[in-house]
Design a protein around this ligand. Structure first.
Ligand code: NAD
Length: 262
């Protein structure tokens, strides 16, 4: 299937590693002109790696997505280099795992900045142009936590639910202009973040990392962790021409982990 995104300009936030990087690579392989950001110089290595693998043009910039000014400068630089932005994938790191009793007011504020405000900053900078041109795709990367809360992750469980409300509302407001806004919800997917979470839980509980992974996979009907490429395939479809009638959904890519009906 031709996804119809050859030559489109795609911005992927927080993409020096993990899910964001995998999505950026897949977009580049589909012929999109891709711009990625992250906070450290690792973003330049990621861009070189993606360009080497896909052969296209990949732009890298250092930007912290929690900072409205840095997001605005990043988006402005992408426009200057590639022209109008067609696709925006809003991603950020994940908040720390905590229970309610140990979560401070500062933790809550940081969690809101990291996962809600970052999505808002990216939406504010990219949606007006998409609306003007009558075509656009905005995809928020959240978590399966929006389908089913994950134990010990109160910040993710709470703040990401607000992102779903945001996405659903933006889908209503921008759908009439050909700009489709969706949400994609990774389950347990093998990335650096998941490995560090596994190590922390193992240390905290005095069990092996294999035991933590066994507990996770026991809940997943597919019987294993997800692969970043599998997540990226679903994400790239959602931002493609072929997903022209998909708007306002929260798609779980979780191997069947979430047990609700929707
Ligand atoms: P990761 O830690 O491997 O990668 C996160 C990326 O975001 C890195 O490139 C990092 O440099 C960048 N980043 C972090 N904070 C940033 C900031 N403030 N500004 C700019 N860049 C920033 O994480 P991942 O596993 O790829 O996860 C991506 C998102 O998906 C996270 O929000 C995570 O919580 C969520 N998620 C992941 C899983 C999973 O199993 N991997 C499951 C559910 C949800």
């Amino acid at each position: 299937m031709d996804l119809g995104i050859h030559g489109r300009v795609a911005l992927v936030a927080a993409a020096s590693h993990g899910l964001g990087k995998a999505v950026a690579l897949k977009l580049a392989l589909e012929g999109a002109r891709v711009a990625i950001c992250a906070r450290s110089e690792a973003v330049e290595d990621a861009a070189r790696e993606i360009a080497g693998a896909a052969g296209g043009e990949v732009m890298a910039a250092r930007a912290d997505v929690t900072d409205a000014g840095q997001v605005a400068r990043f988006v402005g630089a992408v426009r200057e280099r590639f022209g109008a932005i067609d696709i925006c994938v809003a991603n950020a790191g994940g908040p720390p795992s905590k229970k309610f009793a140990e979560t401070t007011v500062e933790d809550w504020r940081a969690g809101v900045d990291l996962n809600l405000m970052s999505t808002i900053h990216l939406a504010r900078e990219t949606l007006p142009g998409m609306r003007e041109r009558g075509w656009g795709r905005f995809l928020a990367i959240t978590s399966v936590a929006v389908k089913q809360p994950i134990e010990g992750l109160i910040l993710s469980n709470s703040v990401r639910a607000a992102v779903v409300g945001l996405v659903k509302t933006l889908a209503n407001e921008y759908g009439p202009y050909g700009v489709l806004v969706n949400n994609i919800c990774p389950g347990y997917t093998a990335t650096a973040r998941l490995k560090s979470l596994r190590a922390r839980l193992a240390a905290a509980e005095g069990v092996s990392e294999e035991e933590i992974e066994r507990r996770w996979t026991a809940q997943i009907p597919r019987g294993r962790l997800g692969r970043v490429e599998e997540f990226a395939d679903a994400a790239v479809f959602l931002v493609s021409e072929r997903a022209g009638y998909i708007n306002g959904v929260s798609l779980a890519v979780d191997g069947g982990l979430s047990k609700g009906l929707l």
